[in-house]
Ligand binder design. Sequence first.
Ligand SMILES: CCCCCCCCCCCC(=O)SCCNC(=O)CCNC(=O)[C@H](O)C(C)(C)COP(=O)(O)OP(=O)(O)OC[C@H]1O[C@@H](n2cnc3c(N)ncnc32)[C@H](O)[C@@H]1OP(=O)(O)O
Length: 218
Amino acid sequence: MPGARTSAHPIFTVQPREPLDERRVEHLSALAAEVRRLNEATVHTALPEEELTELTAQVRALTDRLDAARRAFPPVSGDGYTTPGEGMLQQIASPVTGELNPIAPPCRIEFLEDGSVRTEFTLNFLYEGPPGLAHGGVSAMVLDQLLGLAANNNGTPGLTASLELRYRRPTPLGQRLTAEARIDRIEGRKAYAVGRILNAEGKVTIEATAMFVMPMLG
Ligand SMILES: CCCCCCCCCCCC(=O)SCCNC(=O)CCNC(=O)[C@H](O)C(C)(C)COP(=O)(O)OP(=O)(O)OC[C@H]1O[C@@H](n2cnc3c(N)ncnc32)[C@H](O)[C@@H]1OP(=O)(O)O
């Protein structure tokens, strides 16, 4: 794979990833944005069956074309996984933050000066759990990623060893949500993070605590 790089970290050495330049990322992000619309339109469409049969054939043809030049693994941006702490930021195919991943909302992350991280995002009916409300597992995924990014931003990246959630209020679909996270404390290889999701009125819907452990090197 031309230009592929691997990290010194054993977690990343098993899967060399091709780093993409900004222009390529832009093009693939535009494609993913359209596929994201397609996903939502698929759930909501009321088109008649004959048209659905025709559209299914068209989508199959498009997918076959894309798949004709398939990478073994999703690419990364910039230098890729050359530094363990940076790897998470360059996962452009992440299911939470990845512009290239059509199943990601996507959550665009702000890195604040005090070391905390924040995102504003909206969940549509693709992420429905109880009728009209966000799926609790989807909210957990967003918080896992956000708390992990807080650990990463602190210079203490790791894998989630534990994630505890308290669902205080229903999390609505179709309205702006805010999620924020920060590091609470570090104990050796363990980074403890806290975070939450707030609804458009600023009321907390979910509180989260998590512990991340950097796997042993070697
Ligand atoms: C790096 C790239 C990042 C970049 C990653 C980029 C992707 C981000 C994705 C978002 C985050 C995820 O979803 S991560 C995916 C979900 N998580 C996982 O798959 C992790 C699976 N679990 C593991 O791989 C392992 O259990 C680890 C790495 C978490 C820990 O294993 P280990 O390294 O052998 O650590 P070990 O010696 O057992 O424990 C170290 C210390 O942590 C404590 N400890 C361990 N597990 C727990 C636990 N569940 N609850 C409480 N405490 C625990 C131990 O008691 C010990 O404390 P003491 O005796 O020292 O006091």
